[in-house]
Design a protein around this ligand. Structure first.
Ligand SMILES: Nc1ncnc2c1ncn2[C@@H]1O[C@H](COP(=O)(O)OP(=O)(O)OP(=O)(O)O)[C@@H](O)[C@H]1O
Ligand SMILES: [Mg+2]
Length: 235
């Protein structure tokens, strides 16, 4: 049974269909990439999985159980954490409060202090800055907070919406290194990106174009595809 399955999903805003008949499955232990240009429907798909949007049609299941109709909190409790587009760090809360605010005791299955220690081990820079206000952090540090906040609940599935956007190449690499570490720890990753270089760390993926699946398969075959070479690598 797939950790997450999206079947014939369509999402619309009024008359405008942002996602049309999209299907894919994410298996335990993998890094699955949703790759697509601006407006392809990537964020709409993640927000639907998280319970922030209702699908127009289709099904979303987590370990075989339907997630459609659950609140965002219920989806999080089921073991799916979402690092949103734009990070959404609370500017007036400290790093530590930003991390603690999403902690769900039943989900983390350990005291908040222990969950914090695990996040600080992953991102030592956040430990140094635990008392600093979120709004004064650099973009890279804010991305660490956004990921750390999701990791406070030890999700089975970590979903990230363009985590490298706006980061320097060095900082983006650091973030991807941390994701590799998170995966080694047993967390499955669903990564949304526009940049095809993320296929290097992926196992499977889907390429979205105008809300539909243009291509799907293992990461190597996507990397080698004419579609990716033309559209994303410019070769
Ligand atoms: N709240 C909304 N109301 C109306 N249309 C929306 C809304 N949110 C998104 N859309 C439209 O849905 C389509 C898909 O948007 P979405 O944000 O899912 O794309 P995306 O792949 O995440 O793009 P980006 O890479 O720019 O973040 C776009 O045409 C967008 O204008
Ligand atoms: Mg988006």
């Amino acid at each position: 049974m797939s950790l997450l399955a999206v079947q014939n999903l369509s999402v619309a805003y009024g008359d405008l269909f942002a996602v049309r008949d999209v299907s894919f499955a994410v298996e335990q232990g993998t890094v699955f990439v949703l790759l697509g240009a601006n407006g392809a429907g990537k964020t709409s798909i993640l927000r639907t999985i998280s319970g922030l949007l209702r699908p127009r049609s289709g099904e979303v299941t987590g370990e075989g159980k339907s997630l459609v109709g659950l609140s965002p909190h219920e989806v999080a409790r089921s073991g799916i954490s979402h690092v949103p587009e734009g990070r959404r760090v609370f500017p007036n809360l400290t790093v530590e409060d930003n991390l603690t605010v999403s902690y769900i005791a039943e989900r983390a299955n350990m005291p908040a202090a222990d969950a914090l220690a695990a996040v600080y081990a992953l991102f030592p820079r956040l430990a140094e800055r635990r008392a600093q206000a979120g709004g004064t952090l650099s973009g890279g540090e804010q991305q660490m907070v956004a990921i750390g906040r999701a990791m406070m609940n030890f999700p089975k599935l970590l979903m990230l919406d363009e985590p490298s956007l706006g980061l320097s190449p060095v900082m983006a690499e650091l973030v991807f290194e941390r994701l590799a570490e998170i995966r080694k720890g047993g967390t499955t990753i669903l990564l949304v990106e526009q940049n095809a270089t993320c296929l290097e760390m992926a196992t499977q993926g889907v390429i979205l174009a105008n809300g539909s699946v243009a291509l799907s398969g293992d990461a190597h075959s996507l990397q080698d595809s004419e579609f990716v070479r033309r559209a994303y690598l410019g070769v």
